[in-house]
Design a protein around this ligand. Structure first.
Ligand code: BEZ
Length: 442
């Protein structure tokens, strides 16, 4: 995985490398780290660790199942699956989610709710078929008690039925697919991130009032999240009185050159551009938008993934001044975030991203739940009920609650502007856009 693909310059000091490779906390084993670098294709072809006693192909060393056939539940060690992409467009997002989860574990001596945790890592890419295959393995072979992670909406939609039917709790810590907490809502699936509706609806009215009152071009990668983000922006912008132009959906994961789409924007008469891109695609799009001469002519806005801290350094000046909406920026000034940011920077040598926070909060949600059920996971209905009732979560994003109706966070969104802060670019919160609750299935 090279730095460009990974979405940032991740030049890692020896100190950091040692921290990540085992001296930093104990939960993810060294074989896990090594296997995770191998990618899903290799992983998919290996024999079950339960059969071989070897390191899990999904990414971590696993113990053989107990004679009761329930190694994850009831024993001392709680086995938690972590499904993340570690290659391709969203690789850096997956790494941040791994870091956030690990940080909460390390802060708590490797334990959640009184149980020592073993993280079983599974590489999903951003591919629903790979996601389904590794989820099956986590549930059937690694016998995890619960699973967290998942970056891509397409992967989340692909594994929804498996988790629903197997009744293994899943805490989605990024993917925003609306249906996961709407029509396809499951008692066993929770989310610590956002719905795609939330992240794009939140900037619609502001765009109407502050960017242009008509003719916004909409562009996003051609998969579930892209379509949902555009629909949510359009819903809010049109409700305010605006009209959205036709727009474009470049192929996801393969588009390197956005020139044809940038020409389309230029020739469309657009007065603004709404764009949902993340990871490597956000770097390319933002740089090419500037290089094509559009940055100063047609204001570019979108959900905050477009300029998150994992891509800002690579985007450089091309991102300066861009305004986006999100439920987090490391520059939020609250006590929990100030402590979290300092600890994260110390541990990983870089700013935390929203992906790290959502995964940190997934670990928090598991801990609060297990505290409520005395660390016992055999009774899944009790686990689900406890998870629904954890109340306010003290997150670096600010306190938020999980809506018991949808299992989606109810949270504040901020308008952020990319500015230079202490010699580096950062997302400065400039306006509170309000608390957004996903409408759920109506
Ligand atoms: C998604 O697929 O839901 C997604 C991916 C990256 C950033 C935000 C959302």
């Amino acid at each position: 995985m090279d730095d460009l693909e990974n979405g940032r310059n991740k030049g890692m000091s020896r100190r950091l490398f040692l921290k990540r490779a085992g001296l930093f906390g104990a939960a993810v084993s060294a074989p896990g780290l090594l296997a995770a670098c191998g990618g899903a294709e290799t992983a998919g072809e290996q024999a079950s660790p339960a059969a071989t006693g070897a390191a899990s192909p999904t990414g971590a060393a696993t113990a053989a199942p107990s004679p009761t056939g329930s190694p994850a539940a009831g024993g001392d060690t709680l086995r938690v699956g972590l499904m993340v992409p570690l290659s391709g467009t969203y690789a850096s997002l997956g790494e941040d989610m791994r870091n956030g989860f690990q940080m909460y574990l390390d802060e708590n001596g490797g334990m959640l709710g009184g149980r020592t945790v073993e993280v079983v890592e599974a590489e999903t890419e951003a591919n629903p078929e790979v996601g389904l295959r590794v989820a099956q393995r986590l549930i059937e072979e690694d016998r995890v008690a619960m699973v967290t992670g998942i970056v891509s909406s397409a992967v989340a939609l692909g594994v929804r039925d498996l988790f629903h039917e197997s009744q293994v709790p899943l805490i989605v810590s990024n993917a925003g697919a609306n249906d996961v907490t709407r029509a396809a809502m499951s008692p066993y699936i929770f989310r610590t991130s956002f719905s795609n509706w939330q992240s794009s609806y939140s900037i619609g009215e502001w765009a109407y009032e502050n960017v242009a009152d008509s003719d916004i071009f909409v562009i996003a990668p051609d998969y579930a999240a892209g379509a949902e983000d555009i629909a949510a922006f359009r819903e809010a912008y049109e409700a305010a009185g605006g009209t959205v132009l036709e727009g474009a959906l470049p192929p996801f994961g393969t588009t390197q050159d956005y020139q044809p789409f940038l020409s389309e924007i230029q020739n469309s008469g657009a007065r603004g551009t709404f764009a949902f891109f993340a990871g490597g695609e956000a770097i390319n799009f933002v740089q090419q938008y500037r290089d094509f001469g559009l940055k100063d002519a047609i204001p570019l806005i979108g959900p905050g993934f477009l300029t998150d801290e994992g891509v800002l350094e690579a985007q450089g000046d091309a991102a300066a001044g861009l305004r986006t909406s999100l439920h987090y920026t490391p520059l939020l000034d609250n006590e929990t975030n100030n402590t979290f940011r300092a600890a994260y920077e110390e541990a990983f040598g870089e700013s935390p991203t929203v992906y790290a926070v959502q995964s940190y909060d997934a670990a928090q949600l598991i801990a609060l739940t297990l505290d409520a059920v005395g660390g016992e996971t055999d009774d899944v209905d009790a686990v689900v009920e406890a998870m629904e009732n954890v109340g306010s979560i003290d997150s670096p994003r600010g306190s938020f609650e999980i809506d018991p109706e949808t299992h989606n966070p109810i949270q504040t969104f901020y308008l952020r502007e990319v500015q230079e802060v202490e010699g580096a670019l950062g997302n400065v919160p400039i306006e509170d856009l309000g608390v957004f609750t996903d409408p759920g299935a109506s």
